[in-house]
Design a protein around this ligand. Structure first.
Ligand code: FDA
Length: 309
């Protein structure tokens, strides 16, 4: 109930505008977000990479309804990739892109514009020796995002996809994408979805996650198991072992600020462990999804609104 209520608030423009204009405490920003600027993202990436973990960087922002903002997001990713290259970090860091931030939701030519912007980002990523993963948003965008992924992969085969275990369709999507060269991040799913398309029961979502992980790990692609759930991490490692996979042929992923000790433990055991690192000022949608996942984050956030720290 709380999760659904919070997620519906995330798309309420009036609430977003009021809360976003309130300065949030450095504690909340520093826990989940690298900072406001690209320089913050690159600095924190260097720290994480120095600790033996990998990174995927997300420039915060989504649901862009303005072409200039979509172009600015593309330009920010191009500058970020150049900065990662200059700092010698592209061996450890890639980028995650939300297609709705680069134009997918624009009326008329939105899909075409998003594809072109994403292709430019993929091209720069390829030039500097790294990759792009397309984040997955709510179910109304899934077909469009997978269609754009297919187009991008024709020229940039290492472009990654995200599949959400809570959607009924996802086992079939896993089978389609479990092919050689295909990078697929499997997560539970973070949006408010109707029961007609998604499992509502958390136990059903976990079972679906295991079924999907099995398909991906037994396939030919490169699975990226994105979860903080200790049971699913253990099951994922066991499934990888029984599929005969070496540790370099798949990876675990977690969000910046969530279970950092577990991240270090997995990296120390020789697993590839990638941290999803957001940066930027447009933190509202991202933070609301983190609060919906863990009510303790809501308490932390509410405290921060009343503190000046
Ligand atoms: P679950 O929510 O059951 O959490 C298991 C445990 O992990 C909790 O008990 C808690 O201890 C800890 N935990 C989980 N979330 C936490 C949080 N926010 N704060 C503190 N502790 C927390 N979703 C999506 O729809 N599209 C996408 O593109 C992505 N991309 C993505 C990338 C990466 C790298 C990750 C890790 C996740 C995503 N997600 C996502 C989000 C994902 O769908 C899901 O909402 C969260 O990962 C939470 O689900 P868990 O699998 O961690 O399990």
């Amino acid at each position: 109930m709380l999760r659904q209520a919070l997620l519906s608030v995330s798309r309420n423009d009036s609430i977003r505008d009021v809360v976003s204009s309130t300065p949030i405490s450095r504690d909340v920003v520093a826990r989940f977000i690298a900072g406001d600027s690209m320089r913050d993202a690159v600095r924190v990436t260097g720290e994480i990479a120095g600790d033996g973990r990998l990174v995927t960087i997300d420039r915060l922002g989504e649901d862009t309804l303005d072409l200039a903002a979509a172009q600015a997001t593309r330009d920010a990713y191009l500058a970020l990739l150049t900065a990662l290259d200059e700092k010698g970090l592209t061996h450890a860091a890639e980028v995650s892109v939300k297609l709705s931030a680069v134009g997918q939701a624009l009326a008329g030519d939105g899909e075409k514009i998003a594809y072109e912007h994403a292709a430019q980002i993929c091209e720069r990523a390829t030039e500097v020796g790294t990759t792009v993963t397309l984040d997955m948003e709510d179910h109304t965008t899934t077909d469009s995002t997978l269609g754009i992924l297919r187009q991008l992969r024709a020229d940039f085969p290492a472009t990654g996809a995200v599949l959400q275990a809570y959607l009924h369709r996802t086992e079939a999507d896993c089978r389609d994408l479990a092919t050689a060269g295909s990078r697929v991040r499997l997560c539970k799913g973070a949006y408010a979805e109707p029961e007609s398309v998604a499992y509502a029961d958390t136990h059903e979502v976990d079972k679906a996650y295991v079924r999907c992980a099995k398909i991906l790990l037994n396939g030919q692609g490169y699975p990226m198991l994105a979860t903080h759930d200790p049971r699913l991490i253990a099951i994922g490692a066991a499934l990888a072992g029984s599929a005969g996979r070496e540790k370099k042929t798949y990876e675990f992923q977690m969000l910046f600020g969530v279970r950092p000790e577990e991240q270090s433990r997995l990296a120390a055991e020789g697993h590839r462990m990638r941290v999803y690192l957001p940066y930027g000022a447009d933190w509202w949608g991202y933070m609301v999804r983190r609060m919906a996942e863990k009510p303790a984050n809501l308490a932390l956030f509410l405290r921060s609104l009343t503190s000046k720290s």
